[in-house]
Write a protein that binds this ligand. Structure first.
Ligand code: SAH
Length: 231
């Protein structure tokens, strides 16, 4: 692995990270593996250098092109709902800064990530490489999924979707045997005013074999599909 960019291991940032983990715990994140992953990823390198000192506040921050790196609480919340096991194949829709992808790598997942903004993807790609995070990325519309590497044990959408994209449902792993559950899709569903975090679990092989659970409200940047006219 290439030597990490300067100040990856800066003690000050490590202390801030520990404090961030305490904050996440006090806000209700219970999954210790997720908290450990957050403690390891140098979030300050995923934000604009001018915002580095704010990287460990529990806030979303701008990453350019009207997009944001998700709030750490949101990343930890979505990652907990995914219930990632080592070697799971996880597809992320919305690479953005690459931070969520790095957290998934720390959990031992095999990570695939799609981003529609080519220049954002270029930046996050080189940072992930530099830090030694092995993420397969693709430029395009993630609402279509990435069939070549399906099925996935988990799919996480990090932008707000008005409705569930059908291709993502079809790319979830079928349950390995009766009564077991299959792949999980974690996706914020709703319009620009706010979305409900939703988890869809594949429960069988048929077109209706999916269970739906709803969780808290969030506010994400919108999922923009190829058919949409926006920018
Ligand atoms: N997971 C990111 C959060 C980025 S915000 C992180 O950890 O930083 C959501 C991202 O989704 C934005 O970068 C946006 O450009 C991207 N996006 C929106 N619609 C998309 C689509 N249909 N396909 C792929 N990426 C999309």
């Amino acid at each position: 692995m290439a030597s990490p960019p300067n100040d990856t291991n800066d003690r000050r940032y490590r202390r801030h990270r520990d404090q961030l983990v305490d904050t996440l715990r006090s806000r209700g994140i219970r999954d210790e593996r997720v908290l450990t992953a957050v403690r390891r990823v140098p979030r300050h390198l995923f934000v604009d250098p001018a915002l580095r000192d704010r990287a460990y506040e529990d806030e979303a921050l701008p990453i350019g092109l009207n997009q944001t790196i998700s709030q750490p609480f949101t990343v930890a919340y979505q990652t907990s709902l995914l219930e990632v096991e080592p070697d799971d194949r996880i597809l992320e829709v919305g690479t953005g800064s690459g931070y969520q992808a790095a957290v998934l790598c720390e959990l031992g997942a095999r990570v695939f990530s799609i981003e529609r903004h080519e220049d954002l993807l270029g930046r996050s790609r080189s940072l992930l490489d530099e830090l030694g995070y092995d993420v397969r990325t693709r430029h395009g519309d993630g609402s279509k999924g990435w069939p070549a590497f399906a099925p996935y044990d988990g799919i996480v959408v990090t932008a707000g979707a008005p409705e569930i994209p059908g291709p993502l449902l079809r790319q979830l792993r079928e349950p390995p045997r009766a009564k077991a559950s299959g792949g999980r899709l974690v996706i914020p569903i709703g319009g620009s005013g706010g979305q409900t975090m939703t988890r869809i679990t594949r429960t069988g092989t048929g077109p209706h074999d999916y269970a739906r659970e709803e969780f808290h409200s969030f506010r994400f940047v919108p999922l923009v599909s190829e058919e949409d006219d926006a920018d």
